[in-house]
Design a protein around this ligand. Structure first.
Ligand SMILES: [Zn+2]
Length: 381
């Protein structure tokens, strides 16, 4: 997810905040200002309202972080490394560098989040219980936080992938049928079903206002539904891609048709002389001193029209010290994992100390689309 900024590391996991988080933060603040209003508690001072509002928002934020951290720490203990967590409008997205390979690991990891929210909700409920007749401001805050954490737990337990409940459901199905692909298909279809139900429910609320719900509640629920449906479809496509790539090696999908160009060649010369004329998409940049870097269409696309005559290859190439190396016999999925871990889009393929090709995400997508267009015909590669 782009459009997010770093918050810092907790237990070695990078936490990031996506801008959409501020929408939920404003909604929470507005909801709290209704809750903490002088009409409910005439005896409280304005300073107390403000103080409670800020503390409650921060504790809510901490509750969400704890939920995500529970997923990550249990995941890590079960051999699934988590690189970063991005908090966004609907919760958190964990970035794993490796897919889960055991149903039990997935079950534990998925259940940890809602379990953590339930536990936090329970603690706030206890706090409410012991302060309800003595310290009213704390009791009010504890009750709100208890409720919100319970909602967080229950919402996430809805059995539609990629919600936690959908992951729990998939892991059980996977465990009992032994078929990961089918389990994912069923769980993501349920996720889409849940998404469509939310959209339909939201629209009905907008027009019918049942149970005193407002048009805004309806819009919000429909919006969540849209997001869920989208996330479920994307997850399923990702699994299909992984299945399509299973068993392929780097040498089968690498680009081996590349030219060696000088570091001082301009983008325009490159486009005219190589891209248009020969249909090439990937270049090794080298001079007398040896190899300097690599250049792909992706690098070239970033150059604006008026700069194409002056920009040289060396200014936009991926320099050699930033390049990582893959080997022709390696598994494509392993290399993709390494690329995800290092946040890069291409790797140099070397054999016996020589560059023999380039492995790029772009080319992999192209390969997959060619293969799907050619139907079930299997590549002799
Ligand atoms: Zn969760």
């Amino acid at each position: 997810m782009s459009n997010a900024f770093n918050l810092g590391k907790i237990f070695g996991i990078q936490f990031r905040l996506h801008y959409s988080w501020f929408i939920i933060f404003i909604l929470i603040t507005v909801s709290l200002s209704w809750q903490y209003s002088p009409s409910n508690y005439p005896a409280w001072s304005l300073a107390l309202f403000r103080f409670l509002g800020i503390v409650t928002s921060l504790l809510f934020f901490a509750s969400v972080v704890a939920h995500e951290l529970a997923h990550s720490l249990v995941g890590r203990a079960n051999g699934i490394p988590i690189k970063s967590i991005t908090l966004f409008i609907f919760g958190g997205i964990a970035r794993m560098t490796r897919e889960v390979t055991k149903a039990k690991s997935e079950l534990l990891m998925a259940a940890a989040g809602p379990a953590c929210s339930l536990a936090i909700g329970g603690l706030f409920a206890l706090l409410w219980f012991f302060t309800r007749n003595t310290i009213a401001p704390i009791a009010v805050m504890a009750l709100w936080l208890a409720g919100v954490n319970m909602v967080l737990a229950v919402f996430n337990l809805i059995p539609g992938f990629p919600l936690d409940g959908g992951r729990v459901f998939r892991s059980l199905l996977w465990h009992f049928t032994g078929n990961y692909k089918r389990a994912t298909r069923v769980a993501t279809q349920m996720g889409r079903g849940v998404g469509y139900s939310f959209i339909l429910g939201g629209i009905l609320i907008v027009f019918l206002h049942p149970f005193g719900l407002s048009w805004f509640d309806g819009l919000w629920i429909a919006f969540i539904g849209l997001f869920l449906e989208n996330a479920a479809s994307t997850s399923y496509r990702q699994v299909q891609w992984r299945e399509a790539l299973r068993g392929l090696t780097v040498s089968q999908v690498m680009l081996s048709d590349f030219s060696v160009v000088s570091p001082t060649i301009t983008v325009n010369q490159l486009i005219q002389g190589y891209v248009f004329a020969r249909g090439q998409r990937c270049f090794l940049v080298a001079d007398e001193g040896g190899m300097r870097g690599i250049l792909t269409l992706q690098n070239i696309q970033g150059v604006s029209q008026q700069n194409k005559d002056v920009t040289q290859a060396k200014e936009i190439m991926t320099p050699i010290d930033k390049l990582k190396v893959a080997y022709p016999d390696e598994d494509v999925l392993d290399v993709l994992e390494r690329m995800n871990g290092a946040d890069i889009n291409q790797m140099l393929v070397v054999s016996a100390g020589r560059a023999i090709g380039l492995f790029t995400r772009d080319n992999l997508m192209l390969f997959l689309s060619f293969r799907s267009k050619l139907g079930r015909w299997r590549f002799p590669l």
